[in-house]
Design a protein around this ligand. Structure first.
Ligand SMILES: CC(C)(COP(=O)(O)OP(=O)(O)OC[C@H]1O[C@@H](n2cnc3c(N)ncnc32)[C@H](O)[C@@H]1OP(=O)(O)O)[C@@H](O)C(=O)NCCC(=O)NCCS
Length: 170
């Protein structure tokens, strides 16, 4: 079940920059330890990121990068899961999206943050060629901090990728 959070005042056009998916963790999502499989969480992250990127851009979009995924807490089968995706930076064709996963027992209504990561999507045309996306402009202190967070991570990634390139082509 997806719900679109109304566009914030910072949206330069009438499209949402945030979405949330809500559903119950099912027995089929379980790993061998009886909690939700990490791979299931990653799939939900990708789905929420796609819904957010395609809503913002009005285009088909592909995942180009998933970074720094952190699993803070396990998710119990039967718990309500909320996957929040929020656009925090746009390049020419890329959209950087912060994802936060919360889960909890719907009977108590107590939720904890279980996972966080940043995903980058690129809008593409039917031939798979990157296409320009509408620019998102931060208009609050909170949004500016998120944008700076995305830019800082981009800088850090350059170091990680050059280190990985040395490994790939020693
Ligand atoms: C996404 C893809 C089309 C980009 O093609 P490309 O030739 O690298 O295109 P470009 O060099 O023009 O880069 C496009 C954008 O991706 C960004 N990008 C490229 N590599 C990146 C990386 N490692 N991390 C973050 N962003 C990256 C670029 O910065 C650029 O963004 P900008 O236009 O906002 O500056 C291509 O890499 C691809 O098809 N990848 C496979 C996607 C896929 O199958 N995903 C899984 C299933 S959805």
């Amino acid at each position: 079940m997806a719900s679109q959070i109304p566009p914030s005042s910072s949206a330069p056009h009438n499209r949402p920059r945030e979405i949330a998916l809500r559903f119950l963790a099912e027995p089929l999502d379980a790993n061998f330890g009886g909690k939700v499989h990490g791979g299931a969480v990653m799939k939900w992250i990708d789905q929420a990121g796609y819904a957010c990127a395609s809503s913002w851009s009005g285009q088909y979009a592909v995942t180009v990068y998933v970074g720094g995924i952190r699993f803070y807490r396990p998710i119990q089968i039967g718990h309500l899961v909320e996957v929040r995706a929020k656009l925090i930076y746009t390049g020419r064709t890329s959209m950087h999206i912060a994802i936060d996963v919360h889960s909890g027992d719907s009977r108590t209504g107590q939720f904890t943050r279980t996972t966080h990561c940043i995903v980058v999507f690129v809008a593409v045309d039917p031939q798979g060629k990157p296409v320009q996306v509408p620019t998102w402009v931060s208009q609050s202190e909170e949004d500016l901090a998120l944008q700076n967070y995305a830019v800082k991570l981009m800088e850090l990634r350059k170091g990680i990728e050059s280190e990985m390139a040395r490994y790939e082509h020693p």
